[in-house]
Design a protein around this ligand. Structure first.
Ligand code: FAD
Ligand code: NAP
Length: 341
């Protein structure tokens, strides 16, 4: 028996930022990460699948969730000096943006470009959250996670996490195998690393601010407020599709056919295509189809106007994917996790 008995048939519509209707067969919120192995064992004994819910800002509920949904409520940060920097050990249930604000208040830098990202610290390594050229993976020292089958805790180094562009081992090859309980970050003191995002730079110039960590945070928050819909007013999960990364040969062929195509250089001669540009070029930006639509300022963001279901959202997304594939020959992948799988 779990220390906290899971509740049955729990409505989680308010716990996902798309505000899609979904019920969990069983749901438990754990205030202590020490209870994770017990919760996993509870589900295993009943041969039930388990789902981990953070802030619900990167999830698409396709239908109700059978089995046990676990949310980690444990929050808290421990800071300690480490050489010329500071180590921050953070509980998985801590709100990501509260962590960013707290580190900057202490004069620590590294997380400023990742300001304003919704969700929890435990979910951050999942897709190696990133924005404006920064990625959490570059600051991770260790990730502690419980193996859902054995209940044992494992410590992963940053290298073990296999971070990639909006991905990691936790999202890719070992999806749904681990429960992340703690994340250890290595932060710096002093000024932030130089920025190379033109919109953030322009915002700093307009504000007449020196590029301190806190000024960069304010600039990032201002730019995000202008371009990205607040899920509280217009439900969404941020970028719905990944920016595809393709090899140099495919890119040259594509660029010859579509001269305005926006792309950015990646390692090993690869190229990252701006998926939003392709969606926009096909006339989807700002378009509404029933309960769902493409945001008017950012074509990568799909929004829920209310009254829709996860299955309908996925149908809408498939129409966009089919159109992009047909015209550009590029397959767009969905970025948020779709549950049930
Ligand atoms: P959830 O949505 O609850 O979960 C996401 C996935 O992680 C699920 O598979 C879940 O099972 C798993 N998971 C969550 N917690 C754990 C855990 N402790 N252990 C194991 N698995 C876990 N993302 C970016 O990368 N960059 C951005 O700039 C960005 N901007 C956004 C802006 C908006 C307006 C919105 C709505 C979303 C944005 N996102 C962005 C996406 C999202 O906020 C992040 O991916 C975030 O890290 C998700 O956190 P969450 O706690 O809400 O995760
Ligand atoms: P943006 O800055 O208008 O950029 C559009 C796209 O072009 C982004 O996807 C970005 O790729 C890419 N890009 C822009 N400048 C680049 C550069 N100098 N080098 C390489 N790539 C560049 O995007 P936005 O919508 O306003 O979002 C701002 C940032 O927040 C982006 O980094 C975006 O990824 C992040 N964000 C992510 C989510 C999410 O859910 N994943 C949601 C909202 C915002 P990258 O995406 O690789 O940065």
């Amino acid at each position: 028996m779990c220390a906290q008995t899971p509740r049955e048939q729990v409505d989680l519509s308010a716990c996902n930022s798309l505000r899609l209707p979904v019920r969990a067969q069983y749901f438990v919120r754990l205030a202590d990460v020490g209870a994770v192995p017990e919760a996993m064992a509870w589900a295993r004994r009943r041969q039930l699948p388990t789902w981990i819910l953070g802030g619900g800002s990167n999830l698409v509920p396709r239908a109700d969730w059978p089995g046990l949904t676990v949310q980690l409520g444990a929050a808290g940060v421990r800071f300690e000096s480490a050489g010329r920097g500071v180590r921050a050990e953070v509980q998985a249930g801590h709100t990501w943006d509260a962590l960013v604000a707290e580190t900057l208040k202490r004069g620590l830098t590294g997380l400023e470009c990742l300001s304003g990202i919704p969700g929890t610290v435990g979910a951050a390594p999942m897709q190696n959250i990133g924005a404006y050229g920064a990625e959490v993976g570059s600051l991770v020292e260790a990730v502690y996670a419980v193996d859902r089958r054995s209940g044992k805790t494992h410590c992963f180094s940053a290298q073990d996490c296999r971070f990639g562009y909006r991905t990691s081992r936790f999202k890719q090859d070992e999806a749904d195998a681990w429960v992340i309980t703690r994340v250890v970050l290595r932060l710096r003191t002093g000024n932030p690393a130089p920025l190379d995002h033109p919109e953030i730079q322009a915002e700093l110039v307009a504000a007449g601010a020196k590029p301190s960590g806190r000024a960069v945070r304010e600039a990032v928050l201002a730019v995000r407020r202008r371009k990205l819909p607040d899920p509280k007013g217009l439900p969404n999960v941020g970028s719905f599709f990944h920016n595809p990364v393709i090899d140099a040969v495919s890119w040259r062929a594509l660029e010859a056919r579509f001269p305005g195509l926006v792309s950015y250089p990646e390692a090993a001669g690869h190229r990252k295509l701006a998926a939003g540009w392709m969606i926009d070029a096909l006339g989807w930006k700002g378009r509404r189809c029933g309960a769902f639509g493409v945001h008017e300022h950012q074509a990568l963001v799909l929004v829920h106007h209310g009254g829709g279901t996860g299955a309908q959202l996925l149908e809408f997304a498939q129409r966009i994917q089919a159109d992009v594939l047909h015209h550009f020959g590029v397959a767009l992948e969905i970025e948020p996790r779709v549950y049930p799988v």
